[in-house]
Write a protein that binds this ligand. Structure first.
Ligand SMILES: Cc1cc2nc3c(=O)[nH]c(=O)nc-3n(C[C@H](O)[C@H](O)[C@H](O)COP(=O)(O)OP(=O)(O)OC[C@H]3O[C@@H](n4cnc5c(N)ncnc54)[C@H](O)[C@@H]3O)c2cc1C
Ligand code: FES
Length: 291
């Protein structure tokens, strides 16, 4: 059992929790994730490890409430335990000192981008971070990014905070300004990562994206997280989740994710009925896809 030692709501429907998981805390590296099960017999939820404290034996996770399992997770309080936390899973980010790295985070993908940006800075890179959200109340981890970024650009779609517009527009401007960029890393909704890859492609800037296909076992056994990259098939849970953004078949991945939309809608409607009296604003207004 993995006790929740701290819990904080950091934005609308977004929670940050510190969870006791000493073995994972001792081994995890940037880019890796865990699979958690919020209650016995519940669904498996892949979540990126934001940070860890090996001395305290804790890992920090950030999650957006998008459906039944994340809602159940959000209902666990400090002192309660998560029955299963498996990890660290996935390949760590390939971090090298390359020069200037632009890290782009969109929505809750900003949480997965954060450890990559931190590790890139620690390796000696000049990190420029661009983080985006739909509106000011959804901007997360700004202070953390300020701590290790040479420059931080915050974007909101509606202009309620920072720069108005998409993160890709800020990235395009940065490239056009003549800024030397040696690598771009993007984590966020599929459409955003695809747009980042198309922005950097003509400039031949190495671009890494962190994919979020449906995962079940997280160990390469079920095939659920199959993705096509450069014409070859990979399992994101063991071969990724990070891949060359210029090689990813985003169209195929989007249609595979879309295949579950009806099922998720029905499941969410059932949860709404069952929990009608318990729901806070979390699911009354279902947010867009998580990263
Ligand atoms: C490697 C990886 C890292 C992730 N890291 C984070 C993170 O740090 N924070 C965060 O908020 N979210 C993260 N996600 C997404 C998160 O796993 C899903 O939001 C969560 O599983 C949704 O479950 P649900 O039952 O609440 O929602 P549902 O209603 O079941 O689904 C809502 C949406 O969540 C996604 N999803 C559902 N089940 C899965 C699954 N088993 N695997 C992957 N995606 C799923 C789908 O896109 C779906 O449309 C990550 C996903 C992956 C693959
Ligand atoms: S989640 Fe089953 S193979 Fe990757």
């Amino acid at each position: 059992m993995n006790e929740i030692v701290a819990k904080r709501r950091i934005a609308k429907d977004v929670y940050r929790i510190s969870v006791k998981a000493p073995h994972i805390a001792a081994r995890r590296k940037a880019g890796q994730f865990v699979i958690v099960v919020a209650h016995e017999g519940g669904e498996r939820i892949p979540l990126t490890i934001l940070s860890s404290d090996a001395e305290k034996g804790t890992i920090d996770l950030v999650f957006l409430v998008v459906g039944g399992s994340t809602l159940e997770l959000s209902r666990l309080e400090e002192g309660q335990s998560i029955p299963h936390v498996a990890g660290p899973l996935g390949k760590p980010t390939d971090i090298e000192a390359v020069g200037t790295v632009v890290v782009v985070g969109g929505g809750v993908g900003t949480a997965a981008a954060c450890p990559i940006a931190a590790a890139s800075a620690e390796a000696g890179n000049n990190v420029i971070s661009i983080i985006g959200a739909r509106s000011s109340d959804l901007v997360i981890l700004e202070e953390e990014f300020k701590g290790f970024s040479e420059r931080l650009i915050v974007c909101t779609d509606d202009g309620s905070y920072g720069r108005r517009g998409f993160v890709t527009e800020a990235l395009a401007e940065l490239i056009e300004s003549g800024q030397q960029i040696d690598e771009v890393v993007a984590v966020g909704p599929l459409v955003m990562m695809s747009a980042v890859a198309e922005t950097t492609r003509p400039h031949r800037i190495k671009t890494v994206v962190s994919l979020n296909p449906i995962m079940v076992d997280g160990t390469g056994m079920c095939g659920g997280c199959r993705v096509s990259v450069g014409g070859k098939t990979y399992f994101a849970c063991v071969d990724g989740p990070e891949f060359d953004g210029h090689q990813v078949d985003f169209g195929e991945l989007a249609s595979r994710l879309g295949a579950y939309a009806d099922f998720e809608k029905t499941s969410l409607e059932r949860i709404r009925e069952v929990h009608a009296c318990l729901l806070d604003d979390a699911l009354k207004d279902k947010p867009s896809q998580p990263s």
